[in-house]
Design a protein around this ligand. Structure first.
Ligand code: ATP
Length: 606
């Protein structure tokens, strides 16, 4: 399962399985394989051509014509030597020309493949998320989920677009340079390989270690600030408990830790700097000395080759130094890909729910001995053999104390969760034989807390039926008692709601939700009445709209208002996961010491 990303510096643990999962990303690159392969060809070209640069630069710097100028004042260099300088410079120019063309195509092709793949991945990820079973959203917090997915996608994007290419380029450079070095002078190459790359890698890891130490020191500094803040904000507590000394002691410990950590990091920094001067530059000087010796004393190498050798060495140092970081980025991206694949491969509702039947509902509902516990809390049974029945067109009010299981019943009607035992039937068909979209399309819910989507009022009403005509939308608004207030806005149905537009009152939002339900024209209606009080005028308008909406449909009302309860065809009182009383208002009021009659008395009804 997904783990929340609490700590950004969370260690990446990659297993064989992680790589196998990450490899599945290639199936998303598949459609753009052709472009990707051409991009790789350009990458191979540009990386290989780049290897000629240090060679040519060395030859140019160490060309006899150059040296002749330096060594003897007589301008005796022949035209031939000048010619060779010109041709090397020209070759260098061609080299950069090729490099620029290859790099251009590599970048645009890699970007194209990355962006196409990313668009597909984003779509697939959202498509999976939106089809996940309800339980998935109980297990994963939405905020964490979305930020994690976008973080993972960004990392994958960066890796596909540049990191992989850069890593490959550096590997080609390292291998190519090594071959060149041996070609130029195997003896000097052996000496160099035994020192410079080793030193470069040691320097990289050394640097990381020191960064880690400074980070620790920073964290302790933050902790010590926390102590100051906490004790000053709670200063009256500190004083009243005369705990000044205790706070000071805590602070003293924290600042001592900062001191020690910073000294430790300072010591290591000192060693690091000495190391760089002594070992890394020492190794370079040793190689230069050896090279010059080979050129001048042993005459085993030409000066131009020696310059090329030095240029290659610099290139090798830089490449080797960049490899660990590039490799770490790729590993992170593998981790991110694994997370993303976990989501993409999680079973969707459609895969979990096997019902295939498409039926036209008439509104008969039966709960037969339904037992249910939320998957997250399997040991707490919420419904313990609950039974009730609703005939087509009836209004059923569900009553019970908070936590009795009323909302759970509405979730089960919508097939958000699978029951443990018993049966839920719609027109005598078991819920698990009915296709879930077909079922939900014939139900509408007016929830307690109406959530409107960003967009216009028209779009929000049309959410109930995106195919509705303008006239149908206006009629739905009329039936929902929403028409007048919508028309009173300057932009009328085009008024933006939410952050970018008008903020609607609770009653207005509810009437929009009712208009949505009108437009959906469902066989079954679920009303979760708002507990928060509306003002009496607003309540009257909402109630009227609901009354109109309920006509000719089976309505399950999670009831808080006396008016709905009284008018209901049947009131079902739920306690401890079971139906304890059931019948019309007058009948239930007759039960002596009954839960319902007690509840009514509490609410001031009779
Ligand atoms: N997603 C969930 N995961 C686990 N337990 C849940 C979940 N939703 C609700 N519950 C638990 O199930 C029980 C019934 O909750 P439910 O929301 O159905 O009660 P309710 O009768 O609608 O209450 P209220 O009137 O306060 O809305 C409660 O004990 C609640 O803590």
């Amino acid at each position: 399962m997904l783990r929340p990303n609490k700590d950004k510096k969370e260690k990446i643990k990659l297993s064989k399985d992680s790589y196998a999962k990450a490899r599945r990303i290639f199936s998303y690159i598949g459609p753009y394989k052709g472009t990707f392969i051409i991009g790789w060809i350009f990458l191979v070209f540009s990386s290989s051509v780049g290897l000629l640069f240090p060679y040519l630069m060395g030859q140019l710097l160490g060309s006899p014509a150059n040296m002749a100028d330096l060594s003897s004042p007589e301008q005796s260099s022949s035209l031939l030597q000048l010619d060779s300088i010109n041709s090397i410079a020209f070759a260098l120019f061609i080299l950069f020309l090729l490099q620029s063309v290859f790099s251009y195509f590599r970048i645009i092709l890699f970007t194209r493949v990355t962006e196409n793949t990313l668009r597909d991945l984003r779509y697939v990820a959202f498509n999976r998320l939106i089809h996940m079973p309800m339980d998935f959203f109980n297990k994963n917090k939405v905020g964490e989920l979305t930020s994690r997915i976008s973080g993972d996608l960004n990392l994958i994007q960066e890796t596909m677009r540049t990191t992989i290419a850069e890593f490959f380029r550096q590997v080609v450079i390292v291998l190519g340079v090594v071959i060149w070095l041996f070609f130029l002078s195997w003896e000097l190459a052996l000496i160099m390989l035994a020192t410079v790359p080793v030193m470069a890698i040691v320097a990289v890891f050394f640097g990381r270690f020191i960064r880690g130490l400074s980070k620790k020191a920073q964290d302790s500094a933050a902790a010590s600030n926390g102590i100051i803040e906490e004790s000053l904000i709670g200063i009256s507590n500190v004083k009243s408990f005369t705990n000044e000394a205790l706070e000071l002691l805590k602070f003293k410990k924290a600042i001592e830790e900062i001191r020690q950590l910073n000294i430790k990091s300072g010591n290591w920094r000192g060693i690091f700097v000495s190391f760089i001067f002594l070992c890394l530059f020492g190794a370079i000087i040793f190689i230069i000395w050896k090279g010059v010796h080979m050129v001048q004393v042993e005459q085993a190498m030409s000066l131009a080759d020696f310059f090329s050798f030095i240029m290659f060495t610099v290139m090798l140092g830089a490449s080797v130094g960049s490899l660990p970081d590039l490799f770490a980025s790729i590993q992170k991206a593998v981790g991110s890909t694994e997370h993303l694949m976990n989501i993409i491969e999680e079973a969707s509702e459609q895969e979990l729910l096997k019902g295939k039947q498409e039926i036209q509902l008439h509104g008969k509902i039966e709960f037969k001995d339904v037992r249910f516990a939320y998957p997250q809390r399997p040991d707490v049974e919420v419904l313990k053999g609950l039974s009730f029945e609703a005939q087509p067109g009836e209004t059923i009010a569900l009553v019970g104390s908070s936590g009795a299981g009323k909302s759970t019943i509405s979730s089960l009607l919508l097939n958000y969760y699978t029951i443990r035992d018993g049966a839920i039937l719609f027109d005598n068909n078991s819920i698990d034989t009915i296709e879930v979209k077909n079922l939900r399309s014939q139900m509408a819910i007016v929830p307690q807390e109406v959530i409107l989507f960003s967009g216009t009022i028209r779009e929000n009403i049309a959410y109930g039926n995106p195919d509705a005509t303008e006239e149908e939308i206006r009629e739905a608004a009329r039936q929902a008692n929403a028409f007048d207030f919508i028309e009173s806005f300057p932009d009328k149905f085009n008024t933006e709601v939410g952050d970018r537009g008008i903020q609607l009152s609770g009653g207005q939002k509810q009437r929009i939700a009712i208009a949505r339900a009108v437009l959906k024209d469902p066989a079954i209606l679920i009303l979760d009445e708002a507990t928060s009080a509306l003002d009496s005028e607003s309540e009257k308008l909402v109630q009227e709209a609901l009354d109109k909406l309920m006509v000719g449909r089976t309505s399950i009302v999670i009831a808080h208002r006396l008016s709905t309860i009284r008018k209901a065809d049947k009131i079902i009182v739920i306690d401890n996961g079971k139906v304890v009383e059931s019948g019309k208002h007058e009948v239930l009021m007759e039960i002596e010491n009954g839960i319902y009659s007690n509840l009514m008395q509490l609410q001031g009804g009779n």
